[in-house]
Design a protein around this ligand. Structure first.
Ligand code: ZN
Length: 150
């Protein structure tokens, strides 16, 4: 039988809501992968948060954000090639803008990331970088970053 010790422990998670940080990304070519790791880290540093989480959000429907290797430039090239095979242009598409393949890739890759911040730094693996992925360029795009923590 379980006997309560009568000790009540309350843990309070104190989160500081920092200012929204937004930066632009200039893409070139219909598809383009741009390493935004340094820009996102800059937003984390500016927030002053040492321990918390960082949300990266792309407010576009034909672009996205992901994490993948940033040491060998053939990796984003090859992943992009795979996405082209998964979502080619199709005659059956109805969307008048003619960019449904790009809309599909945007949904597959996704509009946001949640990252761990520790000791004021993004917790990323050795080979991981944060990539802005363009599927319907060239354009000037936006990336929003919000950091929560203490
Ligand atoms: Zn469209």
């Amino acid at each position: 039988m379980f006997h309560s010790t009568g000790i009540i422990t309350k843990q309070w998670l104190l989160l500081r809501m920092t200012k929204l940080s937004t930066f632009n990304v200039r893409t070139s070519g219909q598809t383009d992968w741009i390493d935004i790791s340094a820009e996102v880290q800059k937003a984390v540093t500016a927030s002053g948060v040492r321990e918390g989480i960082c949300v990266v959000f792309v407010p576009h429907t034909t672009a996205a954000v992901t994490i993948n290797e940033n040491a060998d430039s053939d990796v984003p090239r090859d992943v992009n090639l795979s996405l082209n095979l998964i979502s080619p242009d199709r005659r059956e598409f109805r969307h008048g803008e003619g960019n449904s393949a790009a809309h599909t890739k945007s949904s597959l890759v996704g509009p946001s990331l949640t990252l761990i911040v520790t000791e004021g730094r993004l917790l990323l693996g050795t080979w991981q970088g944060i990539w802005f992925t363009e599927f319907d360029g060239s354009r000037t795009r936006k990336v929003h970053v919000r950091v929560l923590g203490e």
